[in-house]
Design a protein around this ligand. Structure first.
Ligand code: NAP
Length: 236
C-alpha cells in the first residue's frame, strides 16, 4: 500500500489542454507525480514538457489504449492515488430536431462509457493506494434540479445529449461511491470555463479546475459521493 505520504501518483485524462491541463499543472505544482493522458501522444508530449508531467497515450474510446496506459503506470509505480476522469466532448451542436442516434452514441461513448472504461482499468491500481480518489468531471448541466430552475443557465442549454451524459456521470458517481467505500469518488462541476469545448466562454481554467483539485487533494474530511462546484454542494 502506497500513496498517503509524500508525492501522490495522479492521472488526468484529456490532460493535454483546457481544464485537464490546468488540473495537471496544479497537481504538479503541489509536488505530485502526474500522468498526462492524451489521445494524441504528440500533443500530450508537448503539453507535458511545459508542466513536467509524464505523457501517456490514452484514448477513452479504446479498450486497448486504456489498458496499455494502465499497464504503463502499473509497471512504473504500481499504484494510483488520484484518477481525474476529465476527457469529454459536447458532440455536435445542432437544432434539436437534427440530433440522431449516431450523435448520441458518440457523446455517450466518450463521456459515459469512457469514464466507466477508465475507472475499471485503473481500479486495481487505485486499490493499491492508501486514500484513493476518483474525480469525475461532470457539469452543472448534469443536474436535473438545475435543469428545472428558470433562473439558471443550465435550464436554457441546447445540449440535451451532453447534459444526459453528465447526468449519467452523476449517477455513476453516487452508485460507485456507495459500492466502493474504500475510494472517495466525487463529481466536480468546473462551471462555464473558457476552453475549446465552451467556445471560449466562461471563467478562467484556474477557476474551472478548483472543484477538481478540492476533491483530488482535500484533507481527511473530503466526502465521497458528492457533487460540487468551486462554491460548494450542487443540487442533483
Ligand atoms: P477541452 O478544452 O475541449 O478539452 C477536452 C479534452 O478531452 C482534450 O484534451 C481532448 O483531447 C480530450 N478528449 C476528447 N475526447 C477524448 C478521447 N476519446 N480520449 C481521450 N481524450 C479525449 O474541454 P474542457 O472544457 O477542458 O473539458 C474538460 C472537461 O470539463 C470535460 O469533461 C467537460 O465536459 C467538462 N466541463 C467543461 C465545462 C466548460 O465550460 N469548459 C463546463 C463543465 C464541464 P484532444 O485535444 O485530443 O481533442
Amino acid at each position: 500500500m502506497t500513496g498517503s505520504e509524500g508525492a501522490l501518483t495522479c492521472l488526468v485524462t484529456g490532460g493535454n489542454k483546457g481544464i485537464g491541463l490546468e488540473t495537471v499543472r496544479r497537481l504538479r505544482a503541489a509536488g505530485h507525480v502526474v500522468y498526462l493522458g492524451s489521445r494524441d501522444l504528440e500533443r500530450g508530449r508537448l503539453a507535458s514538457e511545459d508542466v513536467g508531467a509524464r505523457p501517456v497515450a490514452l484514448d477513452v474510446t479504446s479498450e486497448d489504449s486504456v489498458r496499455a496506459a494502465a499497464g504503463t503506470i502499473l509497471d512504473e509505480v504500481e499504484h494510483l492515488d488520484v484518477l481525474v476522469n476529465n476527457a469529454g466532448i459536447t458532440g455536435p451542436l445542432r437544432d434539436v430536431h437534427d440530433y440522431d442516434a449516431t450523435d448520441a452514441a458518440a457523446v455517450m461513448m466518450t463521456d459515459v462509457v469512457g469514464y466507466v472504461r477508465v475507472i475499471h482499468a485503473f481500479l486495481p491500481l487505485l486499490e493499491q493506494a492508501n486514500d484513493p480518489r476518483i474525480v469525475n468531471v461532470s457539469s452543472g448541466l448534469g443536474s436535473l434540479t438545475l435543469a428545472h430552475d428558470e433562473s439558471r443557465i443550465e435550464s436554457h442549454a441546447g445540449t440535451p445529449l451532453y447534459s444526459a451524459a453528465k447526468s449519467a456521470i452523476n449517477m455513476l458517481t453516487v452508485r460507485y461511491a456507495q459500492l466502493l467505500p474504500g475510494i472517495r469518488i466525487n463529481a466536480a462541476d468546473p462551471g462555464m470555463t473558457a476552453t475549446d469545448l465552451s467556445g471560449g466562454e466562461g471563467h478562467s481554467v484556474a477557476n474551472g479546475a478548483d472543484a477538481i483539485l478540492a476533491f483530488a487533494l482535500g484533507g481527511p474530511d473530503t466526502p465521497t459521493g458528492a457533487y460540487r462546484d468551486r462554491e460548494g454542494d450542487l443540487p442533483w
